[in-house]
Ligand binder design. Sequence first.
Ligand SMILES: O=C(O)CCC(=O)C(=O)O
Length: 252
Amino acid sequence: MADSNEMAPGRARREVKECVRYEVDVPAETIAASRRTVAALPSAVDRPRLAGVTDAGVPGFLYLPHYLSAEEQSAVLAAIEGDTSVDWSDAFETRLQKHWGWAFVYECGQIVGGEAAPPAPALLLEVLAERFVADGLVATPPNQVLANKYMPGNGIGYHVDRIDLFGDVIIGVNLVVPTKFTLKSVAEPEERVSVVMAPGSVYVLSGEARFGWRHGITRKARLYKRFRRAPELLPDEPWRVSLTFRDVLEAT
Ligand SMILES: O=C(O)CCC(=O)C(=O)O
């Protein structure tokens, strides 16, 4: 269990067992309707940020390696770090988070708005999310933005984002550190596909990739353990940052 499912370390297991399960049957039409395909995107000749897009063989998955220029990556990181309307939360011991629009309370899968999740910085909402729409990655701008900042070597457990809480298209942005991102088929757990995501790249989970595959990032155990043991010995080791754009269904 992870992310939406993932348990905050140090919290009582008992609380998590009481959470509502969410294996909901997703109608085939919903899956088909949400599927984004390489062929349906605008031409990369007109929009170089779409160059090199691939689905890596998973229907509904898109990986866009060149989505943000180096300058844009710096601006996005500055917007994340510089936004003082919300603090980095440490619900997890090994990654920090900022929630905008809506916050997800991990202990028992609740969505909260208000002060816990102020509007996202304009660069993320008015520029990036609008660009996703203009590029055909998603139909409307997502209403939730989540920043994750990972301790060196840390990853995220394999999960399907809660299908009762979040919409049918999820978009992620990888920043700072190249990262191996893996999809595992729910029906055929041996079937797995990985892409090494470049800094500034974007991925889209829709259709089968959203509903029928888990996604996650395997921890780099050696680096992670070294950092955990003595963080002061690795002062320059970069922390990976990612953005996740989702639609909170309760909000619509
Ligand atoms: O950090 C990432 O790229 C993945 C984040 C993710 O899966 C999530 O927030 O649910």
